[in-house]
Design a protein around this ligand. Structure first.
Ligand code: FES
Length: 124
């Protein structure tokens, strides 16, 4: 069902785990499968310096979270918000149609983590 690149990333994902000093955390649930994605961001002067993820999702969710977190590290918050699940799916060389919804989890969780970061900044 998955191509080789997806399987390779799934078997050896980057950025899996928790980020203790994250200052933006977003959790998103997927309505169609009930799985959950949590993204941790460490942001300094509006630049994402580190990112990690934890998920109860499937192989597609793990692979897309790995790629998406790799993509946002080093980007400004605004640049990171422009990264779409389609960019991540393209990078992976495609996903089976029934697995596209899984790739939305990372994008939405990144947006939620940025929102959390911005709310924390405003509260200061
Ligand atoms: Fe739920 Fe893929 S089936 S994240």
């Amino acid at each position: 069902m998955y191509n080789e690149k997806v399987l390779k990333v799934f078997q050896n994902p980057s950025n899996a785990g928790e980020l203790q000093d994250a200052n933006g955390v977003g959790t998103i649930g997927n309505a169609s499968c009930g799985d959950i994605m949590k993204i941790y961001l460490k942001i300094v002067d509006d630049v994402i310096v580190d990112a990690k993820f934890k998920t109860f999702g499937c192989a597609a969710a793990i692979a897309t979270a790995s790629v998406a977190t790799d993509m946002v590290i080093g980007k400004t918050v605004d640049e990171a918000l422009k990264i779409k699940n389609a960019d991540v799916v393209d990078f992976l060389g495609g996903l089976p149609p029934q697995k596209i919804h899984c790739s939305v989890l990372a994008e939405e969780a990144i947006h939620a983590a940025v929102e959390d970061y911005r709310n924390r900044q405003q509260a200061k």
